[in-house]
Design a protein around this ligand. Sequence first.
Ligand SMILES: [Ca+2]
Length: 293
Amino acid sequence: MPVAPFAHPRSQRRRTTRSGRLTAPIVVAAVVAAMIPLASVAPAQAASQTEFFSSFESDQAAPFADRVELAADGTPLQQNVEGPGGGSLLGSVKTVTASGENAPNEAAIWAADGNPGTKWLVFQPQGWLQYQLQNVATAVTYSLTSGNDAPERDPKQWVLKGSTDGSTWVDLDTQTNQTWADADRGVKKSYTIQTPGAYSYYKLDGIVNHSGGLIQLADWDLLAQVDPSAPAAPVSTGVATGPSSGYNMKARVGWTGTHSLRYAGEHSADGEASFTNRLFDVDVAVGATSRLS
Ligand SMILES: [Ca+2]
């Protein structure tokens, strides 16, 4: 399986554990998966020559999000690693749309990358931001993370809405008079959804800034109830929009388009680290000439 490393700032960040010890990040990579019964071929050709192929574009097979494989005794196949936090639905965000954006470096997609170092910015004092998920999901909490500067651009009020079709909306939560201090740059605030429901579209509607003509937001996350059988912080896997930046990579592209697989976690303890997440269930006959690449 060819692997193209890309930067995921959350994983690159070194952090200190409660014991005060620095931990090293786990490599994050974009991969393309294919069962190839022929000689090695380029990804662009592989789709028509294989029994199974995906490079995670929206018209191709979508991987499971954050699905940690379990051993026969029910324990997760994960050792000495810690994911970015359970329940996040960012891995299953299919499309991100907004009332406007400052593309490409401050586009709407940067609100959905789980990285407080990137942001969505729009030249409007009022606006909206919308996620379409790959599957219906019930968010029970959500969070907004402030941008890196200019607190007057922070959202002051908004209405969180949910929808099953992207046109008929249900109000889920309303906030007013929200404030991040000047020093609270890149700071996450979490909110409980009082009336959660199963939706495939979520929208931060009626966003109003504090003053001036711009809105900015570093991150908007939606979180589902955590599966009690899953590890406390599973390694995250899901579709993303390619690397944000790096010295040896092209930003915001995958192998065949604009999507990629992201996995993220940190080496959280001494010793060998490993994890196994399930990406696809495939039904392909494997023979002597089968190839996985
Ligand atoms: Ca971001």
